[in-house]
Design a binder for this molecule. Structure first.
Ligand code: SF4
Ligand code: SF4
Length: 174
């Protein structure tokens, strides 16, 4: 069972509801609480978990080999997020990159390789019998979804998953 506590607005009580539900269910179920509000995770303030591990979240971003590149402009044309511009030489804006891999796949000269760029971190631990996972997006990063996806990977094997997120939709999935 997955219970999502969600609101698009801050200050509506997501943290209080999610942590209270997790505490009320922990004696009858194996509960893991996922803090998916990666721009502002704060479930830890109420639960005070013991953090036991962490993993960086990386996105593969393009790295252009200038000596091979012919400035044909194909990569700039294909990128839906305007990460690459060809202005005599190539300019890239890695913070806009979604890591889709299309530019390196379609470059006719194979002049683009990919290198990891860290956008955040996932931490895990436990608090009073509750499994705890949170994602933290690096300051200034715009790409929250990859960090949220990584947080959710840690929900496996739990009978009740509480997730707190900034979202316009509230979901109860059984
Ligand atoms: S597609 Fe490849 S060769 Fe063409 S501009 Fe981009 S990196 Fe250079
Ligand atoms: S990986 Fe995708 S989003 Fe990133 S620069 Fe290449 S085409 Fe654009």
């Amino acid at each position: 069972m997955i219970i999502s506590v969600a609101s698009g607005k801050g200050g509506t009580g997501k943290t209080m509801v999610a942590t209270s539900l997790a505490l009320s269910l922990k004696d009858s179920h194996k509960v893991v609480l996922l803090d998916c509000d990666v721009e502002e995770p704060n479930d830890h303030i109420l639960l005070k978990p013991n953090i036991t591990g962490s993993e960086p979240v990386n996105l593969p971003v393009p790295r252009v080999m200038e000596d091979i590149c012919t400035r044909c402009g194909k990569c700039a044309e294909i990128c839906a997020y305007h990460v690459i511009a060809v202005l005599g030489h190539l300019l890239t804006f890695p913070q806009l990159c979604h890591g889709c891999g299309a530019c390196s796949y379609l470059c006719p000269e194979k002049a683009i390789s990919e290198e990891p760029r860290q956008t955040g971190v996932v931490e895990w631990g436990h608090a009073d019998g509750i499994g705890f996972v949170r994602g933290i997006l690096n300051v200034g990063e715009a790409m929250a979804p990859p960090v949220i996806r990584k947080v959710k990977e840690y929900a496996n094997g739990s009978s009740v998953v509480m997730e707190r997120r900034k979202d316009a939709n509230l979901r109860l999935q059984v």
